[in-house]
Design a protein around this ligand. Structure first.
Ligand code: FMN
Ligand code: SF4
Ligand code: SF4
Length: 375
């Protein structure tokens, strides 16, 4: 049985994530007590959303006045300090989903509470009062200010997440801006755009991706993970029963398969990480167009694979199609040559997939060597 750190090899804000399931914020609902009652089955929780400056507090009051659940706090920063303190020792990555009209509004919270929490910019809320205050979805329509807000928070040395609805703005452009401004996480409400949107974002930025919206079954969870999500999150469907079922299923999957969010093969619709399963560029298939798209020459692709597997279990495999397991397919694709090789080497399929994961990290590190505009 693997320990959590080895099982998911996923770190956020410097902490090891015990399971790739997050609680997504719901204003007026998701606080420390709500999270505590579900803490056994999640790895991260985004409390809030909280209005933290005068314009957004006024907007929250108006929204509450027409019957919406909201956290109305007279001293939001003091209250949030208490909420974060109440989750100390829970083993969770704790995030605060915040609404503010200016970068300074966010920064004030981060300065007081410090780096133990992730600061999630709520660019999601589309209630007219909040948007009118210049917060929530207003940031998607003003990407310069979104970028400025991320930069201001990142300059405080804290970890930043951006929560937004896909399909509102130019998602790839938003993702690139978030990356170059210093965000660690994109928390994406996919609406009805589904896994192709996660794949698009995975192929655009190397940030931690949390997929959100109606993900309450293991099939849907794996669909997101196999197209590039690092985690999934739940808001409306976050019952203890659902969370426990997802946690048990992904833990079992990781322990058996070795790579909990392994991509599909490239020719089956996989994302850029799937280059780890591709062979040499010798035939007409999606490999060559993908290399062109990510700006990697065929020679570099060959070299990086050869270099990355040196001294690892993937170096061997003289009986396989291309003379090394580095070119071999995903363990779920049946192949007696690969399996025979692994058997002779005494390497399990789980270890094989773990090695492929490390190979994919080497490849994607090169693909995403520098954010746009900084190279
Ligand atoms: C009552 C309610 C309140 C919400 N409040 C917030 C919020 O304050 N900030 C935010 O980023 N998202 C908020 N959301 C959006 C959820 O976090 C989530 O993105 C959305 O509900 C889709 O995920 P789900 O299908 O798991 O519920 C809210 C959703 C609901 C239903
Ligand atoms: S190289 Fe192989 S795995 Fe990759 S896209 Fe081509 S056929 Fe598919
Ligand atoms: S030996 Fe099997 S797994 Fe390896 S590249 Fe050939 S077909 Fe794929």
């Amino acid at each position: 049985m693997a320990d959590d750190e080895e099982r998911f090899a996923l770190r956020i804000n410097g902490l090891s994530v015990r399971t790739p399931i997050a609680l997504a914020s719901m204003a007026g609902v998701v606080d420390a007590a709500y999270v505590r009652s579900r803490a056994a089955h999640v790895g991260a929780a985004f409390l809030g959303g909280y209005a933290v400056d005068a314009p957004t507090i006024a907007a929250s009051r108006e929204m509450a006045g027409r019957g919406r659940d909201e956290f109305i706090l007279d001293d939001p920063i003091g209250a949030l300090e208490g909420e974060v303190a109440a989750l100390k020792g829970s083993g969770l990555v704790v995030g605060l989903n915040l609404r503010a009209a200016t970068p300074e509004g966010f920064v004030e919270v981060a300065r007081t509470i410090g780096p133990s929490a992730v600061y999630e910019i709520d660019a999601h809320c589309r209630q007219p009062e909040m948007v009118g205050a210049g917060a929530g979805e207003a940031l998607l329509h003003d990407p310069e200010r979104l970028e400025e807000t991320i930069r201001a928070l990142a300059a405080e040395g804290v970890s930043v997440s951006v929560k937004f609805r896909a399909g509102v703005g130019d998602d790839r452009e938003i993702a690139r801006r978030c990356w170059s401004a210093g965000a660690e996480i994109l928390h994406v409400d996919l609406m009805d755009l589904g896994y192709p949107k996660i794949r698009e974002l995975r192929n655009t930025v190397p940030l931690t991706l949390i997929a959100n919206n109606s993900i309450t079954t293991f099939d849907r969870m794996r669909e997101m993970l196999s197209h590039g999500a690092d985690m999934i999150s739940l808001a409306r469907g976050a019952t203890e029963r659902t969370l426990a079922g997802l946690d048990a299923a992904i833990t079992r999957y990781a322990d058996e398969q070795g790579w909990y969010n392994s991509p599909k093969q490239l020719c089956r619709g996989g994302d850029v990480r799937a280059l780890a399963f591709c062979c040499m560029p010798v035939k007409s298939c999606p490999l060559i167009p993908t290399l062109e798209k990510v700006g990697m020459s065929r020679d570099r692709y060959l070299a990086i694979k050869q270099e990355a597997v040196r001294g690892t279990v993937l170096e061997g495999g003289g009986q396989t199609c291309f003379g090394s397991l580095s070119w071999c397919c995903k363990s779920s694709s049946p192949c007696m040559f690969r399996d025979m090789t692994l058997g002779q080497m005494g390497v399990s399929k789980k270890e094989y997939m773990q090695a492929k994961r490390r190979l994919s990290e080497e490849i994607t590190r090169e693909v995403f060597a520098a954010p746009p505009g900084t190279a």
